[in-house]
Design a protein around this ligand. Structure first.
Ligand SMILES: Cc1cc2nc3c(=O)[nH]c(=O)nc-3n(C[C@H](O)[C@H](O)[C@H](O)COP(=O)(O)OP(=O)(O)OC[C@H]3O[C@@H](n4cnc5c(N)ncnc54)[C@H](O)[C@@H]3O)c2cc1C
Length: 531
């Protein structure tokens, strides 16, 4: 590949041993070896061009590299940024759970009630790639029709409340595929793919007009730096690092590469992780009490149907459902918590004015208190509802560069995660629909947690589900997106982005199957472009 460099027997290079300022030459440079980067590199095995896959970490976890992922959460609470991602070969697939489902077809369509909705591509265009993605993540047939999986559906989904407004959402379970282990040999033995470990891309160098990328600067924690020169570059560093790298590359375009319209880093979306409601079943021996969202060949969630979401003007909603005993959770209304405080204070002989405050809470929340007490002390069975729902695109929800720097001198990120009123309304309304069906069919009674019912957008007793998306979103219009329908950064002829950051909307399904499908599609596009 490059004069002066001895590639080892396997095409695996320890970047820390490269002489300083070495310039590696390749045709295609892929930055990041997670689900997207590894999928793309595999697509190029045996092609008549040279590929350099640059990965920040080694083959195993190390603390020093992982600490490059530290950053600040300045908006809604989320998972710490150095815990929600893994920075070594295989990326976050080294700890993903393997839950897979394509995005529903409506998620690709413009929905008049969801601002900024609509992808430049349809689900039908992505279907062949979804089918191929099934092979990559090692799951069964490309079929999510509940009828097909009827024998494996939990009994809960045979209750009468499944009537059209509520439906089962089938997810298939990957082993889960550890991309870094399963596909390592294929990549390191491919003569045309060079995998460069311990190399952190820290800058993207362009021509004077920032219309073309010439090379990327790569730094090692051991202090040496080198370059990778290529004809085409693909950022595949995940939903938070992709915008970070574009924002850091600010020598020519001072606001960051591809950021002429201030879109890079905006529209940050994730799936919330929280509890929100309970079903108190009328029937103590209800079949619903058998394991529900448990893991087997498939897992099933309860979803509000596409048609109902459109009729109600809400975002898409699905929820994990568990018998309360299995989840170990109990109801927690504010009034009930106050009642427990009052009893505790009385038991401890602490007859202070605090008791009066708590008694006021109990009085104000009497209905919930009675329900919670019945739930706790009767044998009335409970189902816990843990939503995993679609966040609406929101330009104020964003990834920014902070002032703090990492060990390589790069600005760390700040994630300012924000919801809109439509997010809260969609969650509340979806739960109300579940409640209406549960009541109408005599299955039981739904109790929604207090925080869902108020309009305070900052009341959010949860975290994210490690699915960062939207931060380099796809749009035909450069003013409302960073990449075009081929995942190419608007205005830059040879820079592409792969991963959840290109999603314009997130739906309720876990993202990796879609990330892989979109990456396979990008691979086809680049193979044609390179021919
Ligand atoms: C606990 C957990 C459970 C999950 N479970 C599921 C699930 O069940 N289903 C599902 O669909 N998804 C799940 N996910 C999400 C899934 O892991 C991600 O969607 C997927 O890994 C994203 O792929 P990616 O290639 O975009 O990013 P990553 O897999 O994160 O890969 C990014 C790669 O880029 C490298 N990198 C970063 N910066 C640089 C740089 N500057 N230079 C060079 N390399 C760099 C990193 O080291 C990493 O290898 C889960 C995530 C977590 C954390």
């Amino acid at each position: 590949m490059q004069a002066g460099i001895t590639w080892n027997e396997f095409m695996l290079t320890d970047a820390r041993r490269l002489p300083r300022d070495t310039e590696i030459e390749a045709d295609i440079c892929i930055i990041g070896a997670g689900a997207a980067g590894i999928t793309l590199a595999r697509e190029f095995v045996g092609q008549p061009f040279k590929v350099c896959l640059v990965e920040s970490g080694g083959l195993d976890f190390d603390d020093e590299t992982q600490s490059l992922y530290e950053g600040d959460l300045v908006g809604l609470p989320g998972t710490p940024l150095d815990a929600s991602r893994l920075r070594f070969f295989g990326g976050s697939t080294n700890h993903w759970a393997g839950v897979c489902r394509p995005l529903d077809a409506d998620v690709f369509e413009p929905r008049s009630w969801i601002p900024y909705s609509g992808w430049p591509i349809t689900r039908a265009e992505l279907d062949p790639y979804y089918e191929r993605a099934h092979g990559v993540v090692q799951i069964g047939p490309y079929d999510y029709d509940p009828e097909t999986w009827n024998d494996a559906l939990p009994d809960f989904f045979k209750l009468p409340l499944i009537d059209g407004r509520l439906e089962p959402a089938v997810f298939q379970m990957s082993p889960p595929t550890r991309f870094g282990e399963v596909y390592r040999e294929e990549l390191v033995t491919a003569p045309n793919v060079e995998t460069c470990l311990y190399g952190n891309v820290v800058d993207i160098e362009t021509n004077d007009t920032a219309s073309s990328v010439s090379r990327v600067r790569v730094a090692c924690l051991e202090a040496n730096e080198f370059w990778v020169k290529a004809k085409v570059f693909i950022l595949a560093t995940g939903g938070i690092e992709n915008p970070r790298l574009l924002l850091l590359a600010n020598k020519v375009q001072t606001a960051g590469l591809g950021n002429a319209h201030d879109a890079v880093g905006r529209f940050y979306m994730n799936h919330p992780r929280l509890d929100a409601a309970w079903i108190m079943l009328n029937e103590p021996s209800s079949p619903a009490l058998r394991p529900i969202s448990s893991v087997g060949e498939i897992v099933t969630r309860l979803k509000v149907s596409e048609r109902t979401a459109a009729a109600e003007g809400i975002a898409r909603f699905a929820a994990w459902i568990y018998p309360a005993e299995a989840s170990g959770k109990r109801p927690q209304s504010e009034g009930y918590k106050s009642l427990r405080w009052v009893l505790r204070l009385i038991r401890n002989g602490q007859l202070s004015t605090e008791i009066l405050t708590h008694l006021r809470h109990v009085a104000a929340d009497l209905d919930d208190v009675v329900t919670d007490v019945i739930a706790k002390y009767s044998d009335q069975p409970l189902i816990s509802i843990e939503p995993e729902y679609e966040q609406v695109p929101n330009p104020d929800s964003r990834v920014l560069l902070g002032a703090d720097r990492d060990a390589l001198g790069q600005n760390r990120v700040q994630v300012d995660w924000r919801f809109t009123a439509l997010d809260k309304f969609s969650l509340r309304r979806s739960l109300e629909i579940v409640g209406e069906e549960v009541g109408r069919t005599g299955v039981g009674r739904l109790k929604i947690d207090d925080w869902v019912m108020n309009d305070d957008l900052s009341s959010f007793p949860g975290e994210d589900r490690w699915h960062p998306a939207g931060t380099t979103r796809m749009s035909d219009n450069p003013k409302t997106g960073v990449v075009d329908k081929h995942c190419r950064v608007h205005g830059i002829e040879n820079l592409y982005v792969a991963g959840g950051s290109v999603f314009p909307t997130i739906g309720f399904a876990n993202p990796t199957l879609t990330i892989v499908a979109m990456t396979l599609r990008l691979g086809d596009h680049l193979k044609t472009a390179m021919a």
